[in-house]
Design a protein around this ligand. Structure first.
Ligand code: NAD
Length: 485
């Protein structure tokens, strides 16, 4: 291997790399080969304290800068990130196993978009003026303070940036803990922000398993926690944050419906289903894994989908021609295989795939099941792998009810050429992020997040500003004070 994947040190605190080998070692495994490509060390209590102390101290100076000054730092970081897109994408591919064909257009680029967008907004974060006769109230939109970010493993650069950019734009500081499965990329985000001029301590990264995340949340210096992860972890993090009445953003799991009507453009619907199930080898929270296909188009849909899946090219994810990578870990492959076995056992019809790929790495074939019913495990639980379930339906009313019959509410999509039906169906979805005639796009300008158990709060767009600031109302009296006695 010519690329050096071993970071300078495990943590980035107070503007520099910091090592402490007293922590538990975390091996970083390249999912395409199973090879250990780096080792980092879980944060010890001393490291956790150092990071929080740095973030707390840095907050004063950072919040005192004007929004435009903070924004300039973020926009400079965006430029650096774009300039280094190739190297960052190679690293993202080592960290996650996602093909370079994807990482080169979806990870550092998306991180840079967030830095640029929130950098641009930073100067426009303002309060309001409320006139009350001669008196008036003005509001100050103030930062929350030290924010903790906790990431999942599927989009390590993107998650570190999507949380960091709005937090910093609003004048907060951050301690970010990446997933233990993909610890490398967030360090680069910290390095770049520092290089772009973020004062030491404004954005820190520390490594660790869940316990490190847990001890961050309950520290009295912390004002907010933003988690991207599974629902069970979300429940724990939310509860821990509640103990100190801390602000939260929860970006959690999903089991999203993708509804395809008879009148849909077949080719686009198949493309949407592919994007919503097989991009990143299916390891995307918003995936439309319950594909409801109206009976009249079902056979044509299955035939065309099977045909298009012949275009899958597995192999070394660093090869730009490869478009399908491995599962992130052996554990994740085992979990997904377990779901495939359940699908077969519960009577779903396997159309294609279903097997692991022999040889090195954690590859699994893209898998399609048809004749899936609402009660089957593969239609109810989040799989987080390349498994698409096709469910049949007859009517619009029926499909909306069935689409909503889940504890999750992250995303939902509809393909139809009937304009009014498209909007009606979307209005009926219990989901935070919806699509009409496309699927899984997540531009920074649009809010992203879930309803029901899929989450609380929104990332991206102007909505994120609400979740990284608090309002102070200031009443100003212009006359004498009246009192009863
Ligand atoms: P996970 O819940 O296992 O872990 C997420 C993070 O939480 C990790 O960094 C982990 O170390 C940390 N953690 C675990 N226990 C903790 C605790 N008690 N306190 C604090 N932190 C703790 O999730 P994962 O397996 O890394 O990621 C996959 C999940 O993430 C899926 O459910 C997926 O849908 C979800 N996800 C959601 C989004 C979204 O934006 N909605 C995006 C990507 C992934």
């Amino acid at each position: 291997m010519t690329y050096n994947t071993q970071p300078i040190a495990s943590h980035f605190i107070d503007g520099k790399y910091v090592e402490d080998k007293a922590g538990e070692p975390i091996p970083v495994i390249y999912p395409a080969t199973g090879e250990v490509i780096a080792t980092v060390y879980s944060a010890t209590p001393a490291i956790i304290d150092q990071a929080l102390a740095a973030a707390k101290r840095a907050g004063k100076e950072w919040a005192a800068m004007t929004g435009t000054q903070r924004g300039r730092v973020l926009r400079r970081a965006a430029d650096i990130m774009r300039m280094r897109n190739h190297d960052l994408s190679v690293l993202e591919t080592y960290d996650t196993g996602k093909p370079y064909q994807e990482t080169s257009v979806a990870d550092a680029t998306s991180g840079a978009d967030a830095l640029e967008y929130f950098g641009g907004l930073a100067g426009a974060i303002t309060g309001e003026h409320i006139q009350l006769g001669d008196d008036f109230v003005y509001t100050r939109r103030e930062p929350l303070g030290v924010c903790v970010g906790i990431g999942a493993w599927n989009y390590p650069t993107q998650i570190a940036s999507w949380k960091g950019a709005p937090a910093l734009a609003c004048g907060n500081t951050m301690v970010f803990k990446p997933s233990e499965t993909t610890p490398l990329c967030a360090l680069k985000v910290a390095e770049i922000l520092h290089e772009a001029g973020a004062p030491a301590g404004v954005y820190n990264v520390i490594q660790g398993y869940g316990a490190v995340g847990a001890s961050l949340i309950t520290d009295t210096r912390v004002a907010k926690v933003s988690l991207t992860g599974s629902v069970p972890t979300g429940r724990k993090v939310y509860a821990a944050a509640a103990e100190g009445i801390r602000h939260v953003t929860m970006e959690l799991g999903g089991k999203s419906p993708l509804v395809i009507f008879d009148d849909a453009n077949l080719e686009n619907a198949v493309s949407g289903a592919i994007l919503g199930n097989f991009y990143s080898s299916g390891q995307v929270c918003s995936n439309g894994t319950r594909v409801f296909v109206q009976k009249g188009i079902k056979e044509a849909f299955l035939a065309r989908l099977s045909e298009r899946l012949k275009g899958v090219k597995m192999g070394d994810p660093q090869d730009p021609d490869v478009n399908f990578g491995p599962m992130v870990s052996e554990r994740q492959r085992d979990i997904v295989e377990g779901f495939i076995a359940k699908g077969k056992a519960e009577g779903a019809r396997l159309i294609t795939g279903g097997n692991r790929v022999d040889g090195q790495g954690y590859f699994l074939e893209p898998t399609v099941f048809a004749d899936v019913t609402d009660d089957m495990t593969i239609a109810r639980e989040e799989i987080f792998g390349p498994v698409l379930s096709v469910l049949d339906f007859d009517t619009e009313e029926e499909v909306i009810a069935r689409a909503n019959e889940t504890k999750f509410g992250l995303a939902a999509g509809v393909f139809t050429s009937d304009l009014t039906r498209a909007h009606r169906v979307v209005a009926g979805f219990d989901a935070g992020t919806c699509y009409i005639n496309t699927y899984n796009l997540a531009p920074v300008e649009a809010p992203f997040g879930g309803s029901k158990q899929s989450g609380v709060g929104r990332e991206n767009s102007k909505a994120a500003i609400e979740h990284y600031t608090q309002i102070k109302g200031v009443y100003v009296a212009m006359g004498d004070v009246e009192a009863p006695f």
